[in-house]
Ligand binder design. Structure first.
Ligand code: NAI
Length: 318
């Protein structure tokens, strides 16, 4: 891989690129030879209103610096139109960064259906619509790079963000499946949980922390993961303030029970330490549903499970 990662001749679509992280990505890709589609609805951070100004200013900056860019002002709900803009202007799309986002923070007790629905619409449906439109192009050209944007709120939960957390972890599952379905076509998908100073975080993070969290410090990871020479896929990464790290699922060693009348709530209690054991026995790092099949095989070896006791509908489907 070359020292300076360049994106000459590639078309990069970035949603929500009128400010914050998306703008930092757009300026970077514009400076490294890419054709950039700067999408932004120009709404408030709660998703109200719209304006073409945010996207236009970023396009102007990229062009002034000698780069290629076009604006698109559609909401990601109509993600197909954003991809259409890319095809019309530049003939294809190679990199898709699903970044647009809003917040409707409110305690779960006070959450309204509208708070829930709008968050799912922008984050989940938005990423679905752009990706769905780009997917056939990626498959046909046997090349595509996708970045979806999750959040620590999705990975760990966050007070007042039940709607946002659900959508953000949804994007993790979405990415994992895209990675599996896209691999043989050279379509790679990764998901990031960024941390950056933006209008979204300026009211929730302390001032001294915000000064360390430039959106630009998330750019190197996104650029690395979307470069044509990068083949990493299906990864979950945290990035911010110069820290970059991969996350993975860890399954405790666990306990395997005979599936007969001895398998009772009391037997769970008796072996709770094993179920919770990440330390004294080696844990597992599952990466797909098939990793559970090994457990079923072990279960079959238990005397009481040998006679086909594992229910038929579980056997085929897990
Ligand atoms: P931001 O508010 O500065 O940027 C989001 C952009 O998306 C805005 O320019 C907005 O106009 C645009 N947008 C909103 N709804 C849209 C829609 N329906 N269609 C098209 N564009 C739309 O926020 P920031 O911080 O740059 O966030 C970018 C992404 O990173 C979001 O998905 C956010 O949830 C995620 N994120 C950010 C974190 C942070 O620390 N800043 C933490 C975790 C996740």
């Amino acid at each position: 891989m070359p020292q300076e990662l360049r994106f000459d001749g590639q078309t990069v679509v970035i949603t929500g690129a009128g400010g914050g992280l998306g703008k930092a990505y757009a300026l970077f890709f514009g400076s490294r030879g890419a054709n950039v589609v700067v999408n932004d609805l120009g709404s408030t951070s709660k998703g109200e209103g719209h304006s073409s100004k945010a996207a236009d200013l970023v396009v102007e900056d990229i062009k002034k610096a000698g780069g290629n860019a076009v604006a698109n002002y559609d909401s990601v709900e109509f993600g197909d139109r954003i991809i259409e803009t890319a095809i019309k202007a530049f003939g294809s799309v190679h990199v898709l960064i699903n970044n647009a986002g809003i917040l409707r923070d409110v305690s779960f007790k006070n959450m309204k259906d509208a708070d829930w629905d709008l968050i799912q619409l922008v984050h989940l449906k938005g990423a679905y619509k752009t990706t769905k439109a780009a997917w056939p192009v990626f498959r046909k050209q046997k090349f595509g790079r996708i970045i979806n944007t999750a959040s620590a709120a999705g990975l760990y939960g966050s007070f007042g963000q039940a709607n946002y957390s659900a959508a953000k972890l949804g994007l993790v599952g979405f990415t994992e499946t895209l990675a599996k379905e896209g691999a043989k076509y050279g379509v790679f998908a990764n998901v990031i949980a960024p941390m950056a100073a933006s209008r979204m975080t300026q009211t929730v993070l302390p001032e001294d922390l915000l000064s360390m969290l430039k959106p630009e410090w998330v750019v190197p990871l996104v650029a690395y993961l979307t470069h044509k020479d990068t083949e990493d896929t299906g990864g979950i990464y945290e990035a911010g303030a110069g820290f970059v790290s991969k996350l993975r699922w860890e399954r405790a060693h666990g306990a395997l029970f005979k599936t007969d009348e001895s398998f009772t709530p009391a037997s769970i209690l008796a072996r709770w330490n094993e179920i919770m054991d990440f330390e004294s026995n080696p844990p597992q790092y599952p990466t797909g549903p098939n990793d559970f099949m090994g457990l079923l095989e072990s279960a079959r070896e238990l005397p009481s499970n040998k006679q086909g006791d594992v229910p038929v509908d579980v056997k085929g489907k897990v």
